[in-house]
Design a protein around this ligand. Sequence first.
Ligand code: SAH
Ligand code: SF4
Ligand code: F3S
Length: 467
Amino acid sequence: MERNQFVPEEELAAQRLCMERVRALPQRPRTYHVVTYGCQMNAHDSEKLAGMLEAMGLSEAPARDEADFVIFNTCCVRDNAERRALGNVTWLKEVRKLRPELMIAVCGCMIQEPGMAERILRQYPFVDLAFGTSNLHRFPSLLEEVLTGGQRVVAVEDGDVIAEDVPVRRLRRDAAYLTIMYGCDNFCSYCIVPYVRGRERSRRMEDILREAEGLRDSGVQEIMLLGQNVNSYGKGMGTDFPTLLRAVDALGIPRIRFMTSHPKDLSDELVQAMADCRHVLPQFHLPVQSGSDEVLRQMNRRYTRAAYLDRVRALRQAVPGIGLTTDLIVGHPGETEEQFRETLSLVDEVGYDSAFTFIYSPRTGTRAAAMPDPVPAEVSTERIQRLIALQERRQREVMARFLGQTEEVLVEGLSKRSDRQVSGKGGHGVSVTFPGGPEDIGKIVRVRITAQRNNTLAGERAEETEA
Ligand code: SAH
Ligand code: SF4
Ligand code: F3S
């Protein structure tokens, strides 16, 4: 791998100095609020924004309308994600009328779209700062420029860089995100991610392991390895994802998960690593998108229905009872009723613990946006409803396998319904609720599953029922 992908240490040191200078500025904002849209990768970027802001002396405000500085970390994967973000930015304009000192920044994937930064400048004159995903590590110097120059600042580049050692303020103490690679080279027909997140690039294994060790030593119970396509980790570097997974497993962190896997790159070695690794949880998110070979070809997914089903079989053989989840798109250009039914039959056949279902949303610049035969909105709506109904039924059926079984649950917090109940994720990835209190938060508890609610499970402490 070329060394020039790494942001040089001098640049990172310059940013650290910058954070100290901002901290000393009398006119700097005192409190911040980060509003996050999109995927786990964006959520982790927000943790880095918060980390840099705290290093600059700001503290988090409980709500966005109370903060001196509000930053929107946007997503543009579907039209509604984009509209939500812009709608909320506009709402702050009213807050700014009451509090003229309020500063507003917009960053993230949306800003990387061609022409978007200029559009933001033109249509949203109350935005002080806009920067793209490739400029994240330069946030301190951009903020300093706004604060000292008295002018709005826009920064968007196409740099496919890796910046190590950016400060992070983690959302949770017990569970942590750990990025292993950035970008995506797959160019699925419908997807804007490769355009806004740049080319695929992997972090060095020693940097990842060092970060994981630090997390382990701070008491983290669970890490989630992140990348748009973790299965192609290490390409061109003489290593691969199964090797990394085994190395992380050996560190002794209780629970390891990862996201996202592309079916075309799911190797037998990875399946074997899933079976061997003690701490890697028995769950797998394997987006299929469609059950029709022709639609998969149009989508440039580079696997067939049969190849996908073969991977599902291999995973289930290696890890019996594994929790499988997926992503599905209905209404890709040209999708026929017949082809849609193949998606239904695949969902029926696999039996997912859960599925994220989306109506295809055209994204400017992608290949699908230029394809003929759009599926009418009412047809897509009707299809997604049928798909959801089927998935809900299959989910109820497959989740019955947990009844009477024991799940190890990492407790996230008090249940929304009762403060004498706690909830968290079981090892298979399903939410579990059981009697408990604040003292359980952040701990792993063995729970015997006694009941099944729509998409969650309920149970009792295994220790108590076994005694
Ligand atoms: N890298 C991951 C996820 C990327 S985005 C992967 O390859 O699976 C998450 C999901 O959003 C995708 O799996 C897909 O189902 C959905 N998605 C992406 N672009 C979309 C679009 N233009 N319209 C509708 N859904 C889309
Ligand atoms: Fe998008 Fe496909 Fe890359 Fe996933 S693998 S981010 S769906 S282009
Ligand atoms: Fe959205 Fe960017 Fe993630 S477009 S889904 S936030 S990579």
